[in-house]
Ligand binder design. Structure first.
Ligand code: HEC
Length: 217
């Protein structure tokens, strides 16, 4: 077994004098000189901006938060009975607009004016405003051949939509057509569509205008 190294000897070797420590400190100070002259304005400007934002933000909230009353943000809330939500049902015409915008708008246009020479107008059209028996049939089974609308002739094809649209949707969209753009004919009820669908069940051919003119009044 070898004897443990003399610890006193090791300490002496590692021992640093006060001088050497001061030298090391001086070295460190030199490499990291303290910044004493001049400072960046940037953080100050940022701080100023933040304070301004907080200041005006508080003013805004104080003015418009309405004391964070949750009812303020609920459009259907009733003030008399807090928490009670009034359900406002959409009208047939409003529901019909959705069907129109998905199904009819490409041809008859959002304006209801159609497209000259191709798609007849629904605005002020004697067909749209006339017998519901006829327009229900047009939507159910389609229409082709010569048709006169507001004195102008069209000779094109409208595809049948009876497979795509339910009775309720046909009633809604025809009510929309009859109640928009200044049109003012009575709404069409889903029961009427259901009846016409039943009466014409099995019909495959498109309607023609002369044929339709013999139906309804
Ligand atoms: C692909 C194009 C197209 C689509 C989609 C279409 N139509 Fe038509 N529609 C026509 C054409 C074309 C005619 C005229 C057919 C003819 O010349 O015989 C017509 C005729 C009509 C007529 C009778 C004439 C008039 O202008 O008043 C009505 C009413 C009508 N469409 C309603 C609708 C409704 C409601 C929808 C949607 C559910 C619809 N159409 C979707 C092309 C279309």
């Amino acid at each position: 077994m070898s004897a443990p190294p003399d610890s006193n000897f090791r300490l002496e070797q590692a021992c640093a004098s006060d001088d050497s420590i001061q030298q090391v400190h001086a070295q460190l100070l030199k490499t990291k000189p303290e910044k004493t002259d001049g400072y960046s304005m940037f953080p100050l400007v940022l701080l100023g901006l933040m304070c301004t934002a907080v200041f005006f933000g508080s003013i805004y909230l104080a003015h418009y938060s309405l004391r964070f009353d949750p009812l303020v943000y609920n459009e259907h809330a009733s003030r008399e009975k807090p928490g009670a939500v009034k359900i406002v049902p959409l009208t047939r015409v409003q529901l019909g607009k959705k069907v129109f915008d998905l199904t009819c708008v490409t041809c008859h246009q959002a304006s209801g004016l159609g497209q000259a020479g191709l798609y007849p107008p629904l605005v002020d059209s004697e067909w749209a405003l006339g017998s519901e028996e006829r327009i229900i049939r047009i939507v159910l089974h389609g229409l082709n051949g010569l048709i006169k609308v507001k004195g102008t002739e069209f000779n094109n094809v409208m595809a049948p939509l009876g497979e795509t649209l339910k009775d309720e949707q046909i009633a809604n969209v025809l009510s929309y057509v009859r109640g928009t753009w200044g049109n003012a004919a009575p709404e069409v009820q889903p029961e009427t569509v259901a009846r016409v669908r039943a009466e014409t069940a099995g019909r495959k051919a498109f309607w023609t205008a002369p044929e339709l003119l013999t139906i309804g009044n």
